[in-house]
Design a protein around this ligand. Structure first.
Ligand code: ADP
Ligand code: MG
Length: 250
């Protein structure tokens, strides 16, 4: 579903991704762990083209992202083509970014209505289904300010799911939440994983990684230091950098 090959990213002179390889199979859950500043957000932003990679190749669902190869030369895709590629990918951020003047239901309906031109009745049906999926049927008519952080983040997940993505990216989805609200969001993500969704999750929740991840990727300083099952990477790391990291967080 996702394949990164030798991905580099520069911000000006700052070399943030230094040749990252990543393979995530369909239906797999990949959890990316690593210290702050190691390039985790940049990597997942490169997957859905919120950032353009500087070198290497990124494939999603077998398709080269953002670029077309013509006669050995690479051409940047136009905005419409990029939007089409991005439509397969849902993303959930640390900050929920809901529209404050719209109810939960309207927030979830918005992208299907505006981007896909789905008729109102159909969009509402899909939105109600997705709100039910995240356990918020009874909050459909609430505004974001009337919801807890955990509920807002679940609306944000429902909103991403309403576009029927084939891949979901999560960038520290629980880092902005009060501790007592983390579990409800991780629970929704766990159910999503069990439903077969392909997911890439950047998180510091090692317990979630242990329970839900098929693959754990440990990043440091713009490279993948170690990857494998949670049992290998978290509990029996081979690399000193990985050991040092888990010695601090566990
Ligand atoms: P992580 O998510 O692992 O904390 P990031 O991918 O956010 O790491 O950042 C990696 C490095 O790239 C950091 O040094 C950060 O300051 C830098 N960086 C991230 N985004 C930008 C940007 N848009 N412009 C310049 N530097 C950036
Ligand atoms: Mg980050």
């Amino acid at each position: 579903m996702v394949q990164a090959k030798g991905v580099h990213k520069f911000f000006g002179d700052l070399h943030v991704l230094k040749g990252v390889d990543l393979t995530v199979g369909r239906g797999e859950v990949c959890v990316i762990l690593g210290p702050s500043g190691s390039g985790k957000s940049t990597l997942i932003r490169c997957i859905n083209e919120l950032e353009q990679i500087s070198a290497g190749r990124m494939f999603v669902d077998g398709e080269l992202m953002g670029l077309r190869e013509v006669g050995g030369r690479l051409h940047r895709l136009n905005d419409q083509e990029i939007a089409r590629q991005r439509a397969k990918i849902g993303m959930v951020f640390q900050r929920f970014n809901l529209f404050p003047h719209m109810t939960a239901l309207e927030n979830v309906m918005e992208a299907p209505r505006q981007v896909r031109r789905v008729p109102r009745a159909d969009a509402e049906r899909v939105a109600r289904d997705q709100l039910a999926r995240v356990g918020l049927s009874d909050r459909a008519d609430h505004y974001p300010a009337q919801l807890s952080g955990g509920q807002q983040q679940r609306v944000a997940i429902a909103r991403a799911l309403a576009m029927e993505p084939e891949l979901m990216l999560f960038d520290e989805p629980t880092s902005a939440l009060d501790p007592e609200l983390v579990g409800e969001v991780l629970g929704v993500m766990q159910e999503l994983a069990a439903s077969g969704m392909t997911m890439i999750v950047v998180t510091h929740e090692v317990g979630f990684a242990r329970e839900v991840a098929d693959q754990v990727v440990f990043m440091d300083d713009g490279v993948v230091v170690e990857r494998g099952t949670p049992g290998k990477v978290i509990d029996a790391p081979q690399q000193q950098r990985t050991r040092d990291f888990f010695a601090k967080v566990l």
